[in-house]
Design a protein around this ligand. Structure first.
Ligand code: NAI
Length: 302
């Protein structure tokens, strides 16, 4: 098996001080990458800050003979994103790989959710991805190379009680990817999204105790590292995973039905009478861009 290596590559991993992000940082460094270990070091709900999280992972990497630099900025501000990328430029001169992984939780049922709980979660996950990715893409574009991973969640893709804020932010990342992949394709920048599952401080009170071993955060690492490798052939895809299972997931559409002739108005009864066909997903298709939905309308647009 030819080994996948990252020699000469510079990687930024946000939220790499613990949990899943730590796994990415350790393995990227073990395989030759120079790694910026970003972590604000706050608590699970985003309060507080502590440099020891990033420092301890940097120490672990260096003790094992690898190269790493700590950064303690929050991903949630524009300046923080600039500083994170600048840390990579100052230490190693470029950015090849960006794993947007930092995250917090402020769970609350929809009717009880406060504005602060909404704003903070959107700021860290959604705005944070913008704040770090934009300056990173500027550098990647100049070098004609980049690998970017966004961290979504099954909560955003499919739903989870008490997580409207988190779910909205997490699905928003798929939205960033869907357009960013088009804008950077010609620079060999590949952008993908993952929905991980792991035992961490985020899930320790949600998963049953026997999951601690089976949901080891390590199991997410090989998929993400592959997406960050030169060998990765795909962009704009979303992958779900956990416990050693890996699979693609996607926003797909069914064949639907063409009603009318793009001239006469359609009646609500026609929707009722065709509702089974409209809701069917037995021939699902993913799409590379929004415009491709027009292929379904083609018979009407002739
Ligand atoms: P974790 O809580 O162990 O790690 C998250 C890290 O992000 C922490 O080290 C934290 O200090 C850091 N962080 C938080 N806010 C930050 C900010 N503003 N700037 C910089 N760093 C910040 O959580 P875990 O489980 O490792 O999660 C990693 C990512 O995976 C998160 O985006 C999470 O939402 C996502 N995820 C995790 C799942 C799981 O089953 N653990 C499921 C689905 C998604």
């Amino acid at each position: 098996m030819a080994e996948i290596r990252y020699d000469g590559r510079v990687a930024i991993v946000t939220g790499a001080g613990m949990g899943i992000g730590r796994m990415y940082a350790l393995e990227l460094a073990r395989r030759g990458a120079k790694v910026v270990v970003n972590d604000l070091g706050g608590s699970r709900d985003g309060s507080g800050a502590n440099q020891s999280a990033a420092d301890s992972v940097v120490k672990e990497i260096k003790d094992a003979g690898g190269e790493a630099t700590a950064n303690y900025d929050s991903v949630a501000t524009y300046q923080g994103g600039q500083n994170i990328v600048q840390t990579a430029l100052d230490a190693y001169g470029k950015v090849d790989i960006l794993i947007n992984n930092a995250g917090i939780l402020r769970d609350r049922s929809f009717l009880k959710m406060s504005e602060e709980e909404w704003d903070l979660v959107i700021a860290v996950h959604l705005k944070g991805a913008f704040c770090v990715t934009q300056p990173a893409v500027k550098v990647m574009k100049d070098n004609n190379y980049g690998r970017i991973v966004f961290t979504s969640s099954s909560s955003g893709l499919y739903g989870n009680f008490g997580q409207t804020n988190y779910g909205a932010a997490k699905l928003g990342l798929v939205g960033i990817m869907n357009t960013l992949k088009l804008e950077v394709a010609k620079y060999d920048i590949k952008v993908n999204t993952i929905a991980p599952n792991a035992w961490s401080r985020m899930t320790a009170d949600v998963f049953p105790p026997e999951f601690e071993q089976k949901m080891n955060p390590q199991f997410n690492e090989p998929m993400v590292l592959f997406l960050c490798s030169e060998e990765n052939p795909v962009t704009g895809m979303t992958f779900a995973m956990g416990a050693g299972w890996y699979g693609r997931t996607a926003i797909v559409s069914g064949n639907g039905v063409c009603l009318g002739d793009a001239n006469r108005p359609i009646a609500v009864e026609e929707i009722r009478d065709n509702f089974d066909q409209i809701t069917r997903l037995d021939d699902p298709k993913p799409h590379d861009n929004g415009g491709s939905l027009f292929t379904y309308m083609a018979p009407l647009l002739k």
